[in-house]
Design a protein around this ligand. Structure first.
Ligand code: ASP
Ligand code: MG
Length: 467
């Protein structure tokens, strides 16, 4: 099989972890063609982002402290991970070149006290440039040939939208497949830096936070991989948060569309565009734990087998949100009201998580994060109060409970089962939404009712017996 293995930062954050990853790759490579994609060592991207913020604030000592932290951490990992002295020396030399570049880049940015989107992407992509060298050297150390390549070097070409770029797939496919085929024919294992590529002018671009997942599926689709494995520190997708539901189960199989929904809520955060490259090629993906490789994880496929077609697959929750009920007499039958409200919120950079309006049109209810509440309310008051809005009513500390499963579509009685279970537990529901895809049913309860509600739904649908 042709496999793409993507490792998240926590899977490669100590010498022991990197060695274990190299050993696993070594074993797999006896039977399969392997391409590895790596995130930055955990915490590195956060540190690089903090460096950029400190540059803007002209806090030079903080910049210096964080830069040394990154350099020391990687040097130390290199020394602890690699046993063969020639491999270690070679690695340290290569890392030194990257450190020189990092320092020069930061000096330039500090001099200008300026962070442009372009320099920002260059800076924050450096975490992956370092991690791939560690992982690739560890594979060399275990006795297999391997080289490290950045997203740019492997051939990922993107548009020039720094910070949230998208790949230009035709060019990318040609370049990546050529590069990887050559390496595979020489039995070399490529270790590619996730998160970044370069635009047509060669400027480094990134895909946005968590973008290494997306890199893995882009590359997987370019090289016609048989499977893509996302290796992280969780066993896979679960029927509920195991911290809340003691008998929560690992889901053996879900579909792409279900996984997309689950990734938004669950413990396993996946970059939202990750599934796009897989949809046409229908490449199966596995979500697996690098610390528990005996476990097969969750298989994500285009179509789920019949046995896996349960009505509801999981119940997840997002606590700490606020509900805003926007009321106004002149909203009734006035086209453009919703547009005005949402444009106003969008301009203020507020993400709206849930929306509902009843047919009387007398109010629109939205849910935002608790942390966005003040900004949302003041923006709406300043721009629209007394015009299309008469009154805003706010409830803080609410939790969104979401049920996900494509089997809900067309199944009669799901809602009554859900709200019956909720009623039995005397939990009050303040808002309900269901998209017409019937893939996701969500409702809002008080934060303090979260655990009761999640457990009640888990029990009502017998999710502990799902597989
Ligand atoms: N290192 C990047 C981040 O932390 C990309 C990734 O981890 O996928 O966002
Ligand atoms: Mg990450």
């Amino acid at each position: 099989m042709r496999l793409v293995l993507k490792y998240g930062g926590t899977s490669i954050s100590t010498a022991k972890d990197i060695q274990a990853v190299a050993k696993h790759i070594y074993t797999l490579s006896k039977k399969h063609q392997i391409l590895v994609v790596c995130s930055a060592i955990s915490g590195t991207t956060d540190d690089l982002i903090e460096i950029s913020e400190s540059i803007k604030k002209e806090n030079k000592s903080k910049v210096k402290q964080l830069t040394s932290k990154i350099i020391d951490k990687h040097k130390q990992l290199a020394k602890q991970t690699i046993k063969k002295s020639d491999v270690r020396k070679n690695l340290l030399e290569k890392l030194d070149q990257d450190f020189t570049e990092l320092l020069a880049l930061i000096d330039g940015m500090v001099l200008l006290s300026e962070v442009t989107p372009r320099s920002m992407d260059y800076l924050i992509s450096l975490g992956e440039r370092l991690s791939i060298k560690l992982v690739s050297s560890a594979i060399n150390d275990s006795g297999k040939k391997s080289i490290s390549l950045t997203g740019k070097e492997v051939g990922i070409v993107t548009d020039s939208k720094f910070g949230e770029s998208k790949p230009l797939l035709d060019t990318t496919r040609l370049r990546v497949s050529k590069m990887v085929d050559t390496l595979f024919s020489k039995k070399i294992i490529p270790v590619v830096g996730g998160f970044a590529g370069a635009d047509q002018y060669g400027h480094v671009t990134t895909f946005g936070r968590g973008g290494s997942d997306y890199s893995a599926t882009i590359i997987g689709s370019c090289i016609k991989a048989d499977e893509i494995w996302l290796m992280s520190d969780v066993d896979g997708l679960m029927t509920a948060d195991p911290k809340i539901v003691k008998n929560a189960k690992l889901l053996k199989e879900v579909s792409y569309i279900e996984a997309i929904e689950m990734a938004m809520f669950g413990a396993k955060q996946i970059h939202p565009r990750t599934f796009e490259p897989l949809l046409t090629k229908k490449i199966p993906m596995k979500i697996r734990n690098s610390f528990n490789i005996k476990n097969e994880g969750t298989l994500v496929t285009a179509s789920t087998s019949l046995s896996a077609k349960n009505t509801v697959k999981c119940v997840s929750n997002i606590p700490n949100n606020a509900l805003i009920d926007i009321q106004g007499g002149s909203m009734v039958g006035t086209p453009g009201t919703a547009a005005k409200i949402f444009t106003t919120l969008a301009k203020a950079g507020i993400n709206v998580m849930m929306i509902s309006q009843n047919p009387s049109e007398s109010s629109i209810t939205i849910v935002v994060k608790n942390t966005d509440l003040d900004k949302a309310v003041s923006t709406l008051e300043m721009e629209l109060l007394g015009k299309i809005i008469k009154k805003l009513e706010v409830t803080t500390n609410v939790s969104i409970i979401a049920l996900i499963g494509s089997g809900m579509r067309g199944t009669v009685g799901v809602a009554s089962k859900v709200f019956g279970a909720i009623e039995k537990n005397k939990v009050n529901v303040t808002m309900i939404t269901q998209g017409s895809s019937e893939l996701n049913l969500a409702f809002v309860v008080k934060n303090s009712d979260t655990n009761t509600a999640v457990q009640a739904i888990h029990d009502a649908f017998a999710l502990d017996k799902i597989n």
